[in-house]
Design a protein around this ligand. Sequence first.
Ligand code: TMP
Ligand code: ZN
Length: 416
Amino acid sequence: MIEIIKDVERCRVCGDDNWFEIFSFGKVPLANGFLDPAPHYEDEPTYPADVVVCRQCWLMSLRQVVDPEALFGHYVYVSSNSDQINQHMRRVADWCTQKLGLVPGDRVVEMGSNIGTQLALFKERGMRVTGVDPARNLAQVANDNGIETVAEFFGPEVSGPIARSHGEAKLVLGRQCFAHIDDVHNILKGVDAVLAPDGGLVIEVPYLLDLLNETQFDTIYHEHLSYYSLGTLSTLLKAHGFRLVDVERADVHGGSIVIFATRTTDSRQPAAAVAALLDLEQKHGLSTELPYRQFAERTRQVIDAVGSLIRDLSGKGKRIAAYGAPSKGTHLLIACGLTSREIEFCIDTTPLKHGKVLPGSHIPVLSPEQGRQTPPDYYLLLAWNYAEEIIRKERSFLEGGGRFIVPIPEPRVCAG
Ligand code: TMP
Ligand code: ZN
């Protein structure tokens, strides 16, 4: 049984205990906890998930921390083989190479390196690469593909020895893993232990402003402990002798920021984009309670609206299936109270998920080929961050009279 190891009492960034709660999802299963089909699921464990905001540094966070070994030791999330993500990874590789003037032979260390897809792009450019990822199953795949990967949680205990045996890194990279980490201070100590004096740190996180503006409540689940603004990240970096030098917004995972930081001792001048984005955050009131409370209110409305729309269509005899089984999708179904009563099946391209049922809603997961044999009237698009790519790919479903329901920022039906 996986445990909640603690309730956060002090903010993991600033150490303050001046929180306010904006929303509670009640007790829900882990979003990635796919199950084997069974006659009943009474033993399925559930965990509270409450969203809180720190009045000191404005970190939005989940109150509960689930045992990271249980969540990440064997991980079913494999970097998506989507056109959008592949293109984005190339842009990140170019951006880092250009920002830091990387040349063949320079060392790149990536935390949360998954199966090594991002590092492979640096290797292609002649850099020497080392990945660190706690998922033993994924590290194995990366190593088998020639991307040296240490199967550990990133921190000074791991990065110090890498620096000693392999040399210091010109670039330390963390894409879409920073938000999963409880002890962010240990991570930054780990960066300090391996980063060359003139090196750069690049971190990519889902962007709080996009999450709030687009009511992406479904991206809030146990794996994602923290939801960062640039302002909060800047506070955290400063505490460890780093400072922001540049930032870009990227449209992956519903809207992310990629930040470039260096040691405070570095002489590079910050780009105008940093001050501009910090300013935009102030304009949106991110250092006040209002936008968080408004987000919580809209979340309640969207949960009601999606649930009502699906129940209504199902009541009229329409056949509905789900498209994509990302963690956020399983969480959305649970929040909206939808189950296999309303949603016949869910299709997903990930073979590891086929033959399983979704946690909480217990909807069976099929391959896209199986789904194509009995196309539903409606697909609820759970992988909404790939909406454009998926709708393009599924032209024939739409032309055959099928429809997509995109659940957020508010539910809308897309016809051909
Ligand atoms: P992600 O948003 O965390 O990358 O997860 C996307 C999920 O959606 C993943 O389980 C794969 C699935 N997916 C499909 O089933 N079909 C698709 O065309 C795409 C792009 C993703
Ligand atoms: Zn704080």
